[in-house]
Design a protein around this ligand. Structure first.
Ligand code: SF4
Length: 593
């Protein structure tokens, strides 16, 4: 079988392509972004499938539903908190009469590497009463995505593929199968199953409940759920979910024996497999990355004599990522020796805005405008500029969810605290800030909104904005903000004093004002310049970028004389440390292109 080296996210994308997906929609969010990035690149090279960024996760889900209603397979991708935004169409889509595969790929972020919470999307699948698949590695991400489309069509329900960061961003070889063609356009044959008026919705809800036994039977016999009983020992059984299997098997040599083991990759929880394990074991340890979804389910399934252990009982920490070491401790194995380095070698490096980031210049202007105002409130939002809440900017006292800055500033101003200023990026404003600004415009709330327009969704890799900067002002005016109090300024360092003066004036205005501070993200500008240089160089005679053999990177030097290499120039440009191009492979036999 042909193989490719893929991230878990890329494996989901390629699985969808090979399952015959016609349309894919997403809002970028770590750790899910690379799914639709891969599809967009595939479309650029091969002309299919349709893949695009949407304004937010709700519109992405609805657009995928639109593809599904006409019989085409559709993928929608998002990070876990994005599913809160898409929850409305997602929950109701479980009741629809789907006749074309609809797959939701959702990437959770246990440990909150780049998120505001660590909610577990398996709860959402259970809440909506739809099947869920949880890959343990990129190979399973590919295979399960393909299966998810097939099961969605078979069951007439959306299927969730739940990833976690270490699977989404893990890179391994993936064996790929024969591609399947796309579905033809074919509208559904039962219009009532798509019109969720109460009389239809009640019928569809009963239909969904009736299909639960089919979902359950599939899960009980799924190849992704495997049970191995140790006939000799009864003291311990282990349940692993998704990536937890890797952490468990990594520790087995040191455990020295093989407990009975149930691995789960398909949900609903297979009751008969769990019951067989419980019938054989006195104690069951549940290893799952995220929240104790299976551990909680066991409490309603197993007799009291079976002792269950996991995050709820303290064998595993209640928060944070599962790791090989936490699994090791839960199995009762002595911890491995830890090498504690000299903290002086690597000084603490708190996250900060890039050098010369335009957000910094805008935040300096805002700080100057608010200087001396006491009390004052600056609500901020989700983007690079959230770092403005940290020194040296210290600008921002809240960050809750996409778009919350505007609604919260409105609520604070109406509760009597002024000045109230909301800081929000252009992407976040278009995602979820516009509706809150509509509320503020309707009431002419005495508050100021500072929109930081860096012309990219910078935090997730610099995706293009949904609409160009030039249209942002029209959108703000169209929402009803008074034109006299709506301004576009340049977030240039030389404009800080003038921008501060304008902000001071607008903050003093007893009504709503909006200031849009425009300047392109430095990283995006740098990347574009590099691409231009590469394109220009492509016209000249090709010369090797570096004459170094692999392992002889000139940027890695024994600078501190300790025998430990240090990277002294992260931009050496030789490219030998660059990950392999996941597209740079011959097309599989028979693949459409
Ligand atoms: S990526 Fe762009 S927007 Fe983000 S901190 Fe860096 S320069 Fe600023």
């Amino acid at each position: 079988m042909p193989q490719r080296i893929l991230l878990g996210d890329e494996a989901v994308a390629l699985g969808a392509i090979h399952a015959g997906v016609t349309s894919a929609y997403a809002y970028p969010g770590t750790p899910s972004t690379e799914i639709v990035e891969y599809l967009i690149e595939h479309r650029r090279r091969h002309g299919h499938p349709h893949a695009t960024w949407s304004a937010n996760e709700k519109t992405a889900y609805e657009e995928a539903l639109g593809a599904s209603i006409v019989g085409r397979r559709a993928l929608v991708a998002m990070k876990h908190v994005g599913l809160n935004v898409a929850a409305d169409p997602f929950m109701s889509s479980a009741l629809l009469g789907l006749h074309a595969g609809l797959v939701l790929a959702v990437a959770d972020d246990p440990g909150m590497h780049s998120s505001q919470n660590e909610q577990d999307s398996r709860f959402y699948a259970d809440f909506a009463r739809v099947p869920c698949l949880e890959p343990a590695d990129p190979q399973q991400a590919y295979d399960m995505t393909r299966e998810a489309f097939a099961r969605s069509e078979e069951f007439g329900a959306p299927v969730v593929v739940r990833l976690v960061t270490r699977v989404a961003h893990g890179r391994t070889t993936v064996e790929i199968g024969e591609p399947r063609g796309e579905n033809p356009v074919r509208k559904h044959s039962d219009p009532a199953s798509w019109i969720l008026l109460p009389m239809n919705a009640r019928r569809r809800w009963v239909s969904l409940l009736e299909r639960q036994s089919r979902f359950q039977a599939w899960s009980e016999s799924s190849v992704w759920n495997t049970l191995r009983i140790n006939p000799i020992r009864r003291d311990l059984g282990v349940i692993t979910c998704g990536i937890a299997r890797a952490y468990y098997t990594e520790n087995l040599d040191d455990l020295g024996w093989l407990p009975s083991h149930l691995h789960l990759g398909a949900y609903p929880v297979p009751v008969s497999l769990v019951t067989r394990l419980a019938a054989h074991c006195e104690r069951i340890l549940v290893l799952e990355d995220g929240q104790p979804v299976v551990e909680r389910a066991l409490r309603g399934l197993l007799p009291d004599r079976v002792n269950t252990a996991g995050r709820l009982t303290g064998e595993l920490p209640p928060t944070g990522e599962l790791t090989p070491d936490t699994v090791r401790a839960a199995l009762g194995i002595a911890s491995r020796p830890v090498h504690v380095g000299d903290p002086g070698v690597l000084p603490p490096r708190p996250p900060q805005l890039c050098e010369g980031c335009p957000h910094g210049h805008a935040l300096r202007a805002l700080s100057a405008a608010l200087d001396g105002a006491d009390p004052q409130l600056v609500t901020t939002d989700i983007g690079c500029y959230t770092l403005g809440a940290l020194p040296p900017w210290n600008t921002g006292e809240s960050c809750v969810c996409m778009g919350a800055s505007i609604g919260m500033a409105k609520g604070a101003a109406e509760a009597g605290l002024r000045p109230a200023v909301a800081v929000i990026g252009d992407g976040t404003f278009l995602h979820s800030g516009m509706t809150a600004l509509l509320d503020a415009a309707a009431d002419d709330t005495p508050m100021t909104v500072l929109v930081l327009d860096n012309q990219a969704t910078a935090m997730t890799g610099g995706q293009d904005p949904l609409v160009p900067s030039t249209r942002l002002l029209d959108i703000v005016l169209g929402l009803g903000v008074p034109p006299a109090h709506c301004h576009v300024v340049d977030a240039h360092p030389r404009r800080v004093a003038a921008n501060a003066e304008l902000l001071r004036r607008e903050i003093a205005h007893p009504g709503l004002s909006v200031v849009i501070a425009v300047r392109e993200c430095k990283e995006v500008a740098r990347r574009r310049n590099r691409e231009r240089a590469r394109e220009a160089a492509a016209g000249a005679e090709a010369t090797p970028v570096s004459g170094n053999a692999p392992g002889e990177c000139p940027a890695i030097l024994d600078e501190i004389g300790s025998g430990v290499g240090a990277i002294v120039s992260p931009e050496c440009g030789c490219g030998s440390c660059r990950p392999p191009d996941p597209y740079d492979w011959p097309e599989a036999a028979g693949e459409e292109s």
